[in-house]
Design a protein around this ligand. Structure first.
Ligand SMILES: [Zn+2]
Length: 307
């Protein structure tokens, strides 16, 4: 498995921070990627003070995610395993106010030894320690390429370390709080949908379910509909007014928002939002097993098209 050891096995400084977060690894990683570091005023102050002390330019910036921002600053990606591990690296001369980061390819990073430079690599790591609990880690390592760089870097590091550690100590709890509340939303969402009334269509010939997706899905073998929970009904993306149960329009009728879940021979779990006649719903078979599809397909679809 890839690790920061592959890139900076021997280092002049190393900082590692870990935190347990009650959310799945993908949620934690996504939160970390999207995190706008400068949205915390204390971090903003530290960054601007640092620049002020070192004589760099104070720049105005737009809000952006952590990973996007560091990439813009010149950091290269050494390893990226989605939801699991990100290792970024660059070389720089951090004793200058306007630090210029230069990316080095993953193949050349470990061997890179141009004089008077400092190689820095940092990670975002997630390990699922138990279901829905993630150990989130962030590690930074730096190694100077020669003694002269090491001397300058060490005297810089003595006081820079304070600011850098302050940033990390603020960053991790904030990511934790965000990831955990995102996960609560997801749990609420799943709870609401899985207890929503759920019915099976007796006749699936009145509507072109395969045509709806414009994909080769095989034949439709069964269709269920789930009545949208009240609190999520507004968020459901609905493309047209056709009732999937009878194939007629629902305009000016007593109608209900539903999630339609067709099962195709090639793909069992797809869904789309729709209106259905309340009377047509009455004629469907009530099924007691929870809705088949409450997975990501549905969420992606509604968030991508909706809002
Ligand atoms: Zn109908």
């Amino acid at each position: 498995m890839a690790s920061i050891d592959d890139f900076i096995p021997e280092f002049d400084v190393r900082e590692r921070f870990e935190r347990r977060v009650k959310a799945p690894p993908e949620v934690v990683m996504q939160t970390a990627y999207d995190f706008d570091m400068q949205s915390i005023w204390l971090i903003r102050t530290i960054i601007n003070t640092r620049k002020f002390l070192l004589g760099g330019t104070q720049d105005k910036r737009n809000s952006m995610g952590l990973v996007e921002e560091t990439r813009k600053l010149g950091w290269g990606t050494l390893v990226e395993e989605p939801g699991r591990l990100l290792i970024c690296g660059a070389v720089c001369q951090p004793w200058f106010g306007d630090v210029k980061f230069t990316a080095i390819s993953p193949e050349d990073f470990a061997a890179y030894n141009e004089p008077d430079q400092v190689k820095i690599a940092w990670t975002l790591e997630t390990i699922e320690t138990e279901p829905n609990v993630t150990l989130f880690a962030h590690e930074v390592r730096a190694a100077a390429t020669d003694d002269e760089a090491r001397r300058k870097f060490k005297s810089y590091w003595r006081w820079a370390r304070f600011g850098i550690i302050a940033i990390r100590l603020l960053l991790l709890p904030t990511i934790q709080k965000k990831a955990e509340s995102m996960d609560d939303d997801r749990e609420d969402w799943e709870r609401a949908w899985s207890s929503a009334p759920h019915r099976r269509l007796l006749d699936i010939s009145k509507y072109d379910f395969a045509g709806r997706f414009k994909l080769d899905l095989g034949d439709v073998v069964a269709v269920t509909v789930t009545i949208a929970p009240f609190e999520y009904a507004d968020k459901l993306y609905i493309e047209d007014d056709i009732c999937p149960i009878c194939g007629a329009t629902t305009v000016a009728s007593d109608r209900t928002r539903v999630s339609v879940n067709p099962v195709f021979t090639k793909i069992p779990n797809l869904a789309f939002g729709s209106w259905a006649h309340s009377s047509c719903l009455e004629n469907c078979l009530i099924v007691n097993d929870p809705p088949q599809l409450l997975g990501n397909t549905f969420r992606v679809q509604t968030t991508a098209k909706g809002s």
